[in-house]
Design a protein around this ligand. Structure first.
Ligand SMILES: CC(C)(COP(=O)(O)OP(=O)(O)OC[C@H]1O[C@@H](n2cnc3c(N)ncnc32)[C@H](O)[C@@H]1OP(=O)(O)O)[C@@H](O)C(=O)NCCC(=O)NCCS
Length: 203
């Protein structure tokens, strides 16, 4: 007998749930980002290591058959972390540029490290639901993230989501060490409340 389908839903993932669902979570990531499968192996240990960082929180989206189709996580950022040091370097280099925000952004923040929705589940509010769940009680004054610049193309779905959720520019055209692609660092004050309008996330 097969189990009855359950309602698609957003779930908080404790560290043990995250570890149990790591293969699924990384599959969502690799598929959403269209990365080579070989990326998965390196990511496993990194994502597990992240789950032990202070302030770590993860949320997932389960479809009607309890498969993970969306994943989001992050943790409290701070000195000594690779991302913090990379962004601080970028902000310091741009001091004097009136368009650049001060390094105050890098205090008391939650870093949104990963947010991905499987392509078949995209376009109906799942990403926004995951983002808002993480931003509701992240335990920090602000949230920061980095996302690839869109270059000459129109802003993609991730950009539209972050703008809709009120994220503004902290640093643009930033080059992280070891990655030739320019990134934007975006931020906003917390909390991020649940959407005022009804979510389109599939029922
Ligand atoms: C970026 C990403 C996580 C967004 O998740 P998503 O579920 O596809 O996106 P959203 O939750 O924003 O929903 C998308 C659409 O649903 C609609 N929608 C979302 N929330 C809604 C709401 N509360 N009410 C009404 N409509 C809503 C919007 O019209 C939105 O349309 P748009 O994308 O044309 O602007 C996902 O597309 C993804 O994984 N992309 C590839 C990986 C990636 O880029 N990750 C981010 C790296 S920084």
């Amino acid at each position: 007998m097969t189990a009855a389908p359950s309602r698609p839903r957003l779930v908080g993932l404790a560290r043990s749930d995250f570890a149990d669902r790591l293969t699924e979570a990384i599959d969502v990531y690799v598929t959403a980002m269209d990365y080579p499968r070989s990326t998965a192996r390196q990511r496993r240990s990194l994502w597990l290591e992240h789950s032990y960082r202070p302030g770590w929180r993860a949320v997932g989206w389960l479809d009607g058959r309890d498969r993970l189709t969306g994943i989001g996580y992050g943790y409290w950022g701070g000195p000594g972390q690779w991302w913090f040091e990379e962004v601080r370097r970028g902000l310091r280099a741009r001091r004097g540029d009136p368009g650049a925000a001060g390094t105050d952004w890098l205090t008391d923040y939650f870093e949104l490290t990963e947010l991905h929705v499987h392509p078949q589940a995209q376009g109906s509010g799942v990403g926004e639901a995951l983002l808002r769940a993480l931003g509701r009680d992240a335990g920090r004054a602000r949230m920061l993230l980095s996302t690839p610049e869109y270059g000459r193309a129109a802003p993609g779905r991730a950009w539209r989501l972050y703008r809709r959720a009120g994220f503004s520019d902290v640093l643009r055209e930033h080059l992280f060490t070891g990655d030739p692609r320019p990134f934007a660092v975006l931020g906003r004050e917390l909390p991020l409340r649940p959407a005022d309008h009804p979510t389109h996330a599939p029922e």
